[in-house]
Design a protein around this ligand. Structure first.
Ligand SMILES: O=C(O)CCC(=O)C(=O)O
Length: 253
């Protein structure tokens, strides 16, 4: 596996805000990640976030409601097992990130840094948003890396992307109070028609910009979907002091 994007890949990332690398994650590493995730999901091994905590459409009302203890994220994935720390910093990942972010980079432990688990019975719907909305950095220039630990398709709630939106400015009136893109506005309708589904095979890896609007549906299959996700910044793009983004020391690559 090469450690770099081609020039075309870099240009596409700049234009569209994402790039998928097919088969980047070797089978053995993927199986190990998945086994750890299945083990930790069965034990709800802390720290976790529950679907009920999100209050997203379709999520259980509270932790005490039916399905209320459905895990949505196994948090702090970097520290869960060496397979995560190795692959979150591996040359085929870091080499590509350096092309997008610059030569000196860090993994932001405060954001993503999790295994997303999407349960068939109680998964919620994630509306259109930009990850940067609640993150605090000098510049809105971070990249997330999404490792598919199984197949990801529309029927199990793969990511949906709005290509190019990382480079667009949006008037606040086009967003709701939680900064989700409003789907009830004619002004947003044409943009929403440009959505693409980021369908992934096991081991495929999606790189996407923190300003790229994305969403995801429910898992309508019988199997839990697992994806490991990490976020990176240039070393000189520091988290703002006192913010949640500065809450955990980052890992310098
Ligand atoms: O898998 C999903 O439901 C989407 C997750 C997502 O977009 C996020 O956590 O930012």
């Amino acid at each position: 596996m090469t450690e770099h994007f081609s020039q075309d890949d870099v240009a596409q990332f700049a234009r569209e805000g994402y790039r998928i690398v097919r088969g980047l994650l070797p089978v053995e590493a993927r199986k190990r990640m998945r086994a750890i995730a299945e083990r930790d999901l069965a034990a709800a091994a802390a720290p976790v976030e529950y679907e009920a905590d999100t209050h997203y459409p379709g999520a259980p009302e509270s932790r005490d409601a039916p399905g209320g203890r459905t895990v949505r994220r196994l948090l702090q994935a970097y520290a869960r097992d060496v397979v995560f720390s190795e692959w979150a910093t591996a040359a085929p990942v870091a080499g590509r990130l350096r092309q997008l972010l610059g030569p000196r980079i860090a993994l932001a432990q405060a954001h993503h840094n999790c295994v997303m688990t999407k349960d068939p019975a109680y998964s919620s719907l994630t509306s259109w948003h930009r990850d940067i909305r609640y993150w605090s950095y000098t510049r809105p220039e971070l990249v997330s890396v999404w490792f598919a630990l199984g197949g990801e398709r529309i029927d199990n709630g793969c990511l949906l992307l709005l290509p190019g939106t990382h480079a667009m400015d949006f008037d606040a009136s086009r967003l709701d109070t939680a900064q989700f893109l409003r789907t009830d506005l004619a002004e947003n309708a044409a943009l929403l028609r440009t959505q693409i589904a980021a369908e992934l095979e096991p081991g495929d890896v999606l790189f996407f910009h923190c300003r790229l609007f994305h969403a995801a549906g429910h898992n309508r299959t019988a199997r839990t979907k697992f994806s490991a996700v990490f976020t990176y910044r240039a070393l000189d793009n520091a988290p703002l002091p006192g913010s949640r983004s500065a809450g955990i020391p980052d890992i310098v690559l």
